[in-house]
Ligand binder design. Structure first.
Ligand code: SF4
Length: 206
């Protein structure tokens, strides 16, 4: 396990081609405080029935590409600083991890949907009982992540790493988060146009 899942290669699948015609009126976004299973079910349903239409929106498509580049760029920078190695070492020898159980609850339905649009898979089974639902064996399974997951660094890291090395990392993370904000707003805007009052799907994910 690795702190905030930032330290290893992102697991995922290739961006799939969403199935089905664009005939679905998206459900209103599931509330943030809903059970994670409900949020995942909402994201998957909207992706399956409306994903193609979202991906064909020029602004969404452009922002997805820019965001993916920025997120991967920030992670490469983290590797370059040596933080990845330090986190791996802490995980291996001291059982440290910043990706604790419950952090997944900070994720909104739209943020989960963005991960599907980026070709990621949403985990429904926790791999580590004390870890975040989205923590895989090689780090975080998501690409679009909450602010805390993007820029959290523990005191040990901030003390050990030269601030001159951290500045370029912070700059890249800032770009990643700016693009994430724009992308989220654009997708919410697209969904809002088609929203109607339909009951949310539910599931029993822990
Ligand atoms: S989503 Fe979970 S696994 Fe990924 S970085 Fe955040 S806490 Fe870690």
């Amino acid at each position: 396990m690795t702190p905030m899942g930032k330290t290893e290669k992102v697991e995922g699948r290739k961006r799939p081609d969403p199935k089905g015609p664009a005939r679905f009126t998206p459900l209103p976004e599931v509330p943030l405080e809903s059970p994670m299973g409900d949020k995942i079910a909402w994201a998957q349903r909207v992706y399956e029935e409306f994903g193609k239409e979202l991906l064909s929106d020029p602004a969404v498509s452009d922002l997805l590409k820019k965001f993916e580049r920025a997120a991967l760029d920030a992670r490469s920078e983290m590797l370059r600083t040596g933080i990845v190695e330090m986190c791996g070492d802490c995980d291996l020898h001291e059982g440290g991890s910043c990706c604790g159980r419950g952090i997944e609850n900070r994720y909104s339905g739209v943020l989960l949907l963005l991960n599907l649009l980026l070709g990621r898979t949403l985990s429904t089974e926790r791999q580590d009982p004390s870890g975040c639902l989205f923590l895989g064996k090689r780090g975080c399974l998501l690409l679009a992540r909450e602010v805390i997951c993007v820029n959290y660094l523990c005191g040990r890291i901030t003390e050990a790493v030269d601030p001159a090395l951290l500045a370029p990392l912070r700059e890249r993370e800032g770009k990643e988060l700016d693009l994430l904000f724009l992308l989220t707003e654009r997708v919410r805007g697209c969904l809002k146009k088609r929203t109607s009052n339909i009951e949310h799907p539910t599931s029993n994910i822990e």
